[in-house]
Design a protein around this ligand. Structure first.
Ligand code: ZN
Length: 135
């Protein structure tokens, strides 16, 4: 069993992280936290907390990374939505048993030390869905 506990964050693909951050900090008065490069996913990310959820900005570190490919195809914008789950192993096992198409069948490292896994947009009505568990 597992439980979805909240919208963890909204992931936004940007071409220029520094430029994108300025909108949130200077125009909206929000604070950036936890900038990090996740080599495995070829991204530089930062989180901007808002109440109980966060905005995640993602800039590609490589022209063949998933964020670069997303921007090439769709332009900048919302790339994924992340839901917090209390137990990601159970969530993945349960979804797999229900025949839900997964991108990741086992959790991988996510920015900030989360365990994350992606569910295929074909299974979710067109949204790339990230499941995220934080200890
Ligand atoms: Zn994310």
């Amino acid at each position: 069993m597992f439980k979805v506990t909240k919208v963890d964050h909204i992931g936004i693909a940007v071409k220029d992280l520094e430029q994108a951050k300025k909108f949130y900090t200077e125009m909206l008065g929000m604070e950036v936290q936890g900038e990090e490069v996740v080599e495995q996913q070829k991204v530089k990310v930062c989180f901007i907390p808002s109440g109980d959820s966060e905005v995640e900005l993602l800039e590609s570190t490589s022209p063949d990374g998933p964020i670069a490919k997303f921007i090439e195809k769709n332009g900048e914008g919302i790339q994924h939505i992340a839901l917090r789950v209390d137990n990601i192993e159970n969530a993945l096992a349960d979804l797999k048993a229900k025949g839900v198409r997964l991108i990741d069948e086992t959790p991988r490292y996510g920015a900030g030390g989360a365990s994350i896994a992606f569910v295929h947009p074909k299974a979710t009505g067109g949204i790339l869905l990230e499941l995220s568990e934080r200890k």
